[in-house]
Write a protein that binds this ligand. Structure first.
Ligand SMILES: Cc1cc2nc3c(=O)[nH]c(=O)nc-3n(C[C@H](O)[C@H](O)[C@H](O)COP(=O)(O)O)c2cc1C
Length: 215
């Protein structure tokens, strides 16, 4: 008598479990299909590298969204660094007054051309390494910068690397505007926005610069 009562509930429980698992499986398959379709439609990494060009004119009516700023920073943080020291700090500037102040101290940074975002890539001068290896902060921050430039292009943004270090007056000006403390140096300003122009990438391939096995 007792087992007769239990049986229907067991069947109901098994049915619920079956449909729940089947539902999760279908969702997973749909998500996978969606991911494949997205990956197929997006340009690959080689195409992104080959089609990037510096952009210096921006759409004044369109600001870079917070989600995209986060993606840019994720790209920066993903760069390789000597002994994995990660000697970097990123100052994200979106306030119009601060953008204007940066434009004044770095007239070649093209911020006044409608840029809504600047990321100042700053190096930690004491990266924890000894002797000349301390200077690796420059390569480390350069790698982060290039990652950010490529990510910007991949996200449909335009960007240009605007050098700061080692031009002393630019370093002093950017440090003052952004309140960068002693022990850190701005390597560059990356000027970013939605592009108002789409410059063609330059073909820089040069057979004469390639040396096989020996110079
Ligand atoms: C160290 C460095 C400093 C640069 N400084 C500036 C700058 O101050 N202003 C600017 O408009 N572009 C600057 N650029 C961008 C170069 O002018 C640009 O990368 C170069 O002309 C090649 O063009 P492409 O980026 O479109 O391939 C700089 C690039 C580097 C790597």
């Amino acid at each position: 008598m007792k087992s007769n009562k239990i049986l229907p509930w067991t069947v109901v429980a098994l049915c619920i479990a079956f449909f729940a698992i089947a539902g999760l499986f279908v969702r997973y398959m749909l998500k996978t299909e969606e991911t494949f379709a997205r990956l197929k439609s997006e340009p690959g990494v080689l195409e992104t590298i080959a089609t990037r060009a510096s952009v210096r004119m921006f759409d004044k009516t369109r600001a870079v969204e917070e989600e995209k700023i986060k993606e840019l920073l994720k790209a920066g943080f993903a760069a390789p660094t000597a002994v994995d020291k990660r000697p970097w700090e990123f100052v994200v500037v979106t306030e119009p007054e601060t953008l204007a102040a940066l434009d004044a101290v770095h007239p070649h940074a093209r911020i006044g051309n409608g840029a809504s975002l600047v990321i100042a890539v700053c190096g930690t001068l004491d990266n924890g390494l000894d002797g000349r290896a301390k200077e690796y902060w420059i390569q480390d921050c350069s790698a982060a910068t290039q990652n950010i430039l490529l990510a910007a292009h991949g996200l449909g943004l335009g960007a240009v690397w605007c050098g700061v270090h080692p031009i002393e007056e630019r370093v002093a000006g950017v440090k003052r505007v952004l309140g960068i403390p002693e022990g850190y140096a701005p390597l560059n300003l990356i000027t970013i926005g939605y592009p108002a122009v789409h410059p063609a990438p330059k073909n820089k391939w040069d057979d004469a610069k390639i040396h096989r096995n020996r110079w």
